[in-house]
Design a protein around this ligand. Sequence first.
Ligand code: PLP
Length: 460
Amino acid sequence: VTLLPFSWQPAPGPASHRLATALREAITDGRLVPGERLPASRLLAEDLRVSRWVVTEVYDQLKAEGWLEARTGSGTTVAATHRLGPRSTAPAGPDPDSPPAPSTDLSPNLPDLRAFPLSTWKAALRRAVDQMTAADLGYPDPLGDRELRRVLADHLRRVRGLDADPADVVVTSGTAHSLSLLFRTLAAGGAARLGVEDPCWPRLLQSARRAGLHPVPVPLDGRGARTDVLADLSVDAVCVTPAHQFPTGVVLAPERRERLLAWAGNGDRLVVEDDYDAEFRFGRPPVTALAALQPDAVAYLGSTSKTLVPAVRIGWMVLPRHHREAVERALADDRTGPSTVDQRALALLMADGGYDRHVRRARRTYRDRRTELVAALALAAPRVRVHGIDAGLHLLLDVGSADEQALVADLRRRGLQVMAAGDCRIEAAGPRGLLVGYGNLPGHRIPTVARAIAEALRQS
Ligand SMILES: Cc1ncc(COP(=O)(O)O)c(C=O)c1O
């Protein structure tokens, strides 16, 4: 099923019974939230391949039971006043004898999966396919679809100030793919030591090691990465998240940006700029991208994983010209880029404003969720400090001397998946804490989550 958050396979038993049960469960465990609009009966029936009558009957039955309501002008919605089932309203403390609560994934990198603009994406896919000619159906251009590269160059000029030519843009299957390509080509070109922020995204470390690069930790403080020590580390390239450090959430201070660009020179050394969540700044414009200031020395990386959803698997790099050829060869050898159909659909979505509209809406949602989660935590656990600026999709909570891994395990028993800051550290020092994503956390669950975290901390 694409229209509702549950899977639907052919199975024995009346379809109406199975659909009613699936809807009740999705409402009880928060996958469908109060006020959320359900698909029109005709669309859902098409999607489930059942008769429309089955869907209207189930909608009527659940309305009568108080799970759903009909609003004039907005179709069928999840009832605003419906009391959530026992799993959502249960007190925060875990009962060792009860089975684990259904898991809520609060990974720091997840956007709101239910807010994916499904009908817009479907329409863009259909238009993309309609417009394709037989010649478009061969192997995709390894550097990316020409139309998408053109649209991306415009987009990045407009939103990040990059003066990129479409020829400088390379389309990949996401940032993990971009990093793996870059690291392999750096290693093949003779690079050996890669500076990485400590702490950093664990995938980045794995990818560097797999490519044969030796990751060298660059320490961090409240002003971002200590780029003033880079010259002493004898690294060939460095990876940074200057607009919003992952995972600490600090911004690279202006003098540190200058030191970094001075260190890189005019392409003698490479700065890899992971701009993973620049779209989500609340109440402040994003800082200028480094690649806009010194394009010859900076490889700029972006992705749709947070602006749309990770499943789309499309990312991009804007590369200094002298790195592009090596990456082009690696891409041509691998044929690992995304499908032409998806690339064209994204190009259409970006060109007609649908992408920007979705990002603007998502920005408001995440801003509100962050504000509510910070407020709920201040109430439930007043001593917990939140790191970093008002941005992105996650909080880094300082847990003092508490054992991070024990806290993660305790929260898992309470049905919450969070990450320990320790999983991002390279050396033992560095901020301790929990990474709590709110991108995929429905607003109505925020107080429960804050109470569960507070309770876990009290018991630690
Ligand atoms: C620091 C950082 N950069 C980039 C990404 C996006 O990676 P991808 O495009 O491969 O999903 C993530 C997602 O987890 C991330 O945490």
